[in-house]
Ligand binder design. Structure first.
Ligand SMILES: [Zn+2]
Length: 426
């Protein structure tokens, strides 16, 4: 007698009408017509099952704080940083935890079971670090949280950025962060990249930097990040987040950088909702989109994931932590409407994110963790088009969240058949 059997579902790889057998928190078997007795059977014929969504870039310390102490009137990145700095003195561990746990509940309901969150270490009290370490522990049965020590005000530029980042790592933060384009000079930005990569190499940690998050084609710290990753033998353990300057960069220089990023195995995280709203702000017309060169990176063999970045915080008032919304926006901003490109947009919030975070046991093969989401859609493209309902969210074989299928009925006569928006496209 096995724990759970899921009947007649489709998989992102294109397999159709298969069953999934689950026992003791792991996937036992995937195939047609599995003959097994199960304690629980879930039947969603023709629906897509995917491994959970992964948010590769988020800020859980500031989430759900919108309006505190005031709204961001201009909606710009720099005013967002000012509002956050006004809020920081009034932060408490309890308030940060309450908001972060509520966000985790939103995430789980939407099928996201892993989040990498940056945590600002430029407040000497490190309240946000303490709060999010507690949230990571309290929520670990339900969601994987990875924390990045993020010197928001600069590793060198802020008086205590360097020592606070070390303290945060000593407290148990997982990943080394950075913000080279915000240091005082280009040279000190590059020096921060070198120092932070060496620190991570010494401690055996991963790196994830906010890197070149601006419209300045001369902001090129990604070159140093790829160089240091290669020099220190950290291939596959380093992420460049945002890289929006590459949107504006000289094409020749971008064509030099892509193979270097690929060679160093640096993962890239784009944040489409935030990049499209915060970049290009000083442009008249035409306005740049600002998101990095996602399509070209994927074609160059670079692992690209999408992050949500912000939900209802000083930088972004919108959002409900829905990674399908993120992928939907990424597809549009990146001109990714080719059939394979649409599938890649889905991977950017699932498999590619898991790869960037180094998650173990992620996937739909026998032996993988029984973490999966059943969607009210037949294919990944259909799921993106509809931002489909997450019918069941399952972790280690247990259902954590359930959403009813949405089935509108037209009240016109003569009565039509019930409306289903689901359509197969490949
Ligand atoms: Zn960020």
């Amino acid at each position: 007698m096995i724990d759970l059997l899921i009947r007649q579902v489709n998989l992102p790889c294109g397999r159709r009408n298969v069953d999934i057998a689950i026992h003791e928190g792991r996937i036992l078997e995937v195939g047609p017509n599995i003959k097994a007795e199960a304690h629980q059977v879930l039947s969603h014929p023709g629906c897509l099952v995917t491994p959970p969504f992964v948010d590769s870039h988020f800020h859980m310390d500031s989430t759900l704080s919108v309006g505190q102490p005031r709204l961001n009137d201009s909606g710009t990145l720099l005013e967002g940083i000012s509002v956050w700095n006004e809020l920081k003195p009034d932060l408490t561990v309890e308030a940060i935890k309450k908001r972060a746990i509520e966000l985790c509940h939103w995430s789980i309901a939407r099928g996201t079971l892993a989040i990498r969150s940056h945590v600002d270490v430029c407040d000497d009290r490190l309240l946000a670090v303490q709060a999010l370490l507690e949230v990571r522990k309290e929520m670990q049965a339900f969601i994987d949280l990875q924390l990045v020590a993020f010197p928001q005000d600069g590793y060198y530029r802020s008086a205590t950025g360097k020592q606070n980042l070390l303290r945060a790592l000593d407290m148990g933060v997982d990943v080394v962060g950075g913000i080279p384009h915000f240091e005082r000079t280009r040279a000190s930005g590059d020096r921060s990249v070198t120092a932070l990569c060496e620190l991570a190499a010494d401690r055996g940690l991963r790196v994830d930097m906010h890197c070149d998050e601006n419209d300045d084609p001369l902001s090129q710290h990604i070159e140093t990040l790829a160089y240091e990753t290669h020099r220190l033998g950290m291939q596959g353990r380093v992420t460049g987040s945002h890289l929006t300057s590459m949107h504006s960069m000289d094409n020749f220089h971008a064509s030099k950088l892509l193979p270097l990023i690929r060679e160093a195995g640096v993962h890239v995280v784009a944040n489409p909702l935030i990049n499209i709203t915060l970049q290009g702000r000083q442009d008249n017309y035409p306005k740049r989109r600002g998101m990095t060169r996602v399509k070209e990176m994927l074609n160059a063999g670079i692992n690209v994931a999408f992050g949500h970045d912000c939900v209802m915080d000083p930088w972004y008032s919108m959002g409900s932590h829905d990674m399908l919304e993120v992928a939907h926006m990424g597809l549009h901003v990146g001109h990714m409407t080719g059939v394979d490109e649409m599938r890649q947009a889905f991977s950017a919030v699932t498999y590619n994110g898991a790869h960037a975070l180094g998650l173990e046991g992620y996937g739909l093969n026998p032996g993988d963790n029984a973490d999966l989401v059943i969607l009210q859609a037949s294919t990944p493209i259909d799921a993106l088009r509809l931002r489909a309902a997450r019918l069941e969210v399952i972790r280690r074989g247990k259902v954590l969240a359930r959403t009813s299928a949405s089935l509108p009925q037209l009240l016109i006569t003569p009565a039509p058949t019930p409306v289903s928006f689901s359509r197969d496209l490949m």
